[in-house]
Design a protein around this ligand. Structure first.
Ligand code: FPP
Length: 286
């Protein structure tokens, strides 16, 4: 964070030495000034209005790769760099939960080499990041039908969750083989089983009970849902949980969605008035 401003502390002293350094310094100064204008630093965010839970639909890897004349998997690969950067930034900002839509139930229908490539990236990411998660107090959880993941990915996923389960700064929640409708079907089945066995009465079924039967049971609902890649749809993601989330769509493709873009999204979130069905006057009067 604040990397750009450090550039000119290095170059400014040089202008007394050589005029070409002076020109370079001025150009870089203008560039930095412009960047800091369009990319607010985290310090410009209100620390009291940091969303507790941010969920992200990471879209646009394939299109971004195509623009670079590269295979789709290259887009996913660079997308992992965005994941690393956003996780770090979320943790520094004090976000409690970051849910990333990494693989949907529908993604199984993609060509086998792309599915295999994505599974490989996920496995590498988990292997590489475990140490950093432990050091940075990050807990890994996941939502979705994880039993359908390849055995080696499932094994490392389980061990990472086990080794990070006591961590409490940030919960990194990966949606893997996840579908919102499938999640609701599973919750309904669980509840009917409880009713059938007499553990739950019909009139005890309420929102809280349904919440508890979702994969996200125990986590706060997302306050902010971000979708990159220029599309404006939910794509079967957290259908129940995003009822009151602020939704932020951006044309930026996931591989180019980095710290500054994330801060812009949170900044926009902080400008919104969350009314939860009430009037603006009611919200303002507390
Ligand atoms: C959507 O882009 C993205 C995905 C289906 C996968 C997202 C996966 C990663 C970012 C890498 C692995 C994740 C982790 C957590 C290590 P798309 O391929 O649908 O893009 P397109 O709409 O441009 O085709």
């Amino acid at each position: 964070m604040g990397r750009h401003s450090s550039i000119f502390f290095i170059i400014i002293p040089n202008f007394t030495v050589n005029p070409s350094f002076y020109l370079l310094s001025v150009t870089l100064f203008l560039l930095c000034a412009d960047r800091s204008y369009t990319m607010p630093e985290p310090h410009s965010l209100d620390p009291l209005l940091i969303p507790r839970h941010v969920a992200i639909i990471m879209d646009g890897n394939g299109r971004w790769a195509k623009r670079q004349h590269k295979p789709r998997l290259y887009g996913h690969k660079v997308g992992v760099d965005s994941v690393q950067e956003i996780v770090e930034c979320a943790s520094e900002l004090g976000i409690e939960v970051l849910t990333l839509y990494a693989f949907s139930t529908e993604n199984w229908k993609r060509p086998a080499d792309e599915v295999g490539g994505l599974m490989g990236l996920l496995k590498n990411y988990l292997q590489k990041e475990l140490r950093r998660m432990v050091e940075n107090d990050i807990r890994l959880t996941c939502i979705g039908d994880i039993e359908s993941l390849p055995a080696d990915v499932l094994e490392i996923l389980r061990s990472t969750m086990r080794e990070t389960r006591e961590n409490s700064k940030l919960t990194l929640n990966l949606a893997l083989s996840y579908g919102g409708r499938a999640e609701l079907v599973r919750a309904v089945r669980n509840i009917i089983t409880k009713v059938d066995s007499g553990r739950v009465q019909l009139d005890e079924i309420d929102e809280k009970l349904i919440d508890s039967q979702l994969y996200t049971g125990g986590l706060p609902d997302p306050d902010l849902l971000i979708r990159t890649g220029g599309e404006a749809r939910l794509s079967n993601f957290l259908l129940w949980q995003v009822s009151y989330a602020e939704i932020y769509f951006t044309d930026e493709m996931w591989p180019e969605f980095r710290e500054a873009a994330f801060i812009r999204a949170i900044s926009e979130y902080q400008r919104r008035e969350r009314r939860f069905g009430k009037t603006s006057a009611q919200i303002k009067s507390g």
